[in-house]
Design a protein around this ligand. Structure first.
Ligand code: PLP
Length: 373
């Protein structure tokens, strides 16, 4: 349809492509609690340990060169990632956060009328990226807050072009085993791109989990990763994907020529090489993820077992005890969790594993909220 002539009269101003105004804009986790002196932000899955000191030093080292364009191909960073994971750097593309890459994949592989599948509690960027590319997001149910391979395969039609799957998923914290992911891949037609978003891969301890690297040997699988979580570089906006050569070629044609900044490249290299820091972050997460799951469950609230750096806490629908009530109670104490209504989980809150102080404060506040202290 001619967009100028769509509607009853010619448009009097520029109109975005169909789909764009259907997007519910992404609302990031809150970061303020008015009137509270000390705030603990546990709403964006950031690491409480911060980045590697070596990454901070590398970032600061760029301060004297801000007039220079970065290396548009981020080759030193791709090589560092390649060394860390044993990957061919030519099969890696870096982006301004993995969000950037998810959007680029949607723009490269979806046209008007195509379908992109994601699961009902899947990461919110997937429908945004699909609608932004003129495609239709197809939402499929989950089982026990976990992606359901059969439901995804049942939803595939001849219009499907992408399946987006976060593994582990945000905000549920659940993941598919490698066997299940392989079964999903086997069931997809070869012209459907399977986008495995492994933003939280570094935290997973299950030995039947695989981040997606092995499946990228196929022509229709891409794995996206981020520096925003375990590496603590969310402010710098840095992500990467590992993909078949033909996908790398397509994305390199449409990405911004300098989509990753010089300071981000420098900090990213230092971060990926600081294995000890990653290990410390993982150990902190393991200890407190288990503690939070145990302590919050003990209060009588259901916690979805998580493999990532956050927990999904379910609240009753009883007046005064709902997720909304709990959010207000916690926020008044400077404890900011993430509401999950936009993820079709109105009776839950997502809590990032924080510092020991923050974790203990949340448990104590929940105890008080539930009248158990
Ligand atoms: C599943 C998932 N994918 C991707 C991202 C985006 O990360 P980035 O900061 O790299 O854009 C997030 C961030 O919350 C996430 O939870």
């Amino acid at each position: 349809m001619n967009r100028i002539m769509s509607g009853t009269r010619p448009s009097t101003r520029p109109t975005p492509r169909p789909g764009v105004l259907d997007i519910a804009a992404y609302v990031p986790g809150k970061n303020t609690a008015p009137g509270v002196a000390k705030v603990f932000k546990l709403s964006s899955n950031e690491t409480p340990l911060g980045p590697s000191p070596r990454a901070i030093a590398a970032y600061q080292g760029w301060a004297d060169h801000l007039e220079e364009y970065p290396d548009g191909s981020a080759s030193d960073l791709r090589e560092a990632i390649g060394r860390a994971f044993g990957l061919d750097p030519n099969r890696i593309v870096c982006g301004a956060g993995s969000d950037d890459l998810l959007h680029l994949l949607a723009h490269a592989y979806l046209v008007d009328g195509d379908e992109a599948i994601h699961t009902i509690h899947g990461f919110l960027i997937y429908p945004i990226a699909a609608l932004g590319a003129g495609a239709k997001p197809v939402v499929v149910p989950e089982k026990d807050y976990t992606a359901d391979v059969d439901a995804i395969l049942t939803a595939v039609t001849n219009k499907t072009r992408i399946v987006f799957i976060a593994n582990p998923n945000n905000p549920t914290g659940t993941c598919l085993s490698f066997d299940e992911m392989k079964r999903l891949h086997r069931g997809l037609p070869p012209n459907v791109l399977l986008v495995i978003d492994a933003a939280y891969a570094e935290y997973v301890r299950h030995n039947d989990y695989e981040a997606g690297i092995e499946l990228v040997a196929s022509e229709n699988v891409v794995m996206c990763r981020t520096f925003s979580k375990i590496h603590g570089l969310a402010a710098l906006r840095l992500g990467w994907m590992f993909a078949p050569a033909h996908v790398v070629d397509a994305i390199n044609r449409i990405r911004g020529p300098f989509n990753v900044t010089g300071p981000a490249i420098a900090a990213g290299i230092a971060a990926i090489e600081d294995v000890e820091h990653q290990q410390r972050s993982r150990e902190h997460n393991t200890r407190w993820l288990d503690w939070l799951t145990h302590e919050i469950s003990k209060l009588g609230l259901k916690v979805t077992p998580s493999v990532a750096n956050f927990v999904l806490i379910h609240f009753p629908e009883t007046k005064g005890r709902t997720a909304k009530n709990a959010d207000a109670f916690l926020t008044a104490r400077g404890l900011i969790l993430r509401q999950t209504t936009a993820y079709k989980l109105p009776n839950a809150l997502r809590m990032t594993v924080g510092s020991e102080e923050a974790n203990r404060l949340v448990v104590a506040a929940l105890e008080e909220f539930l009248g158990k202290s």
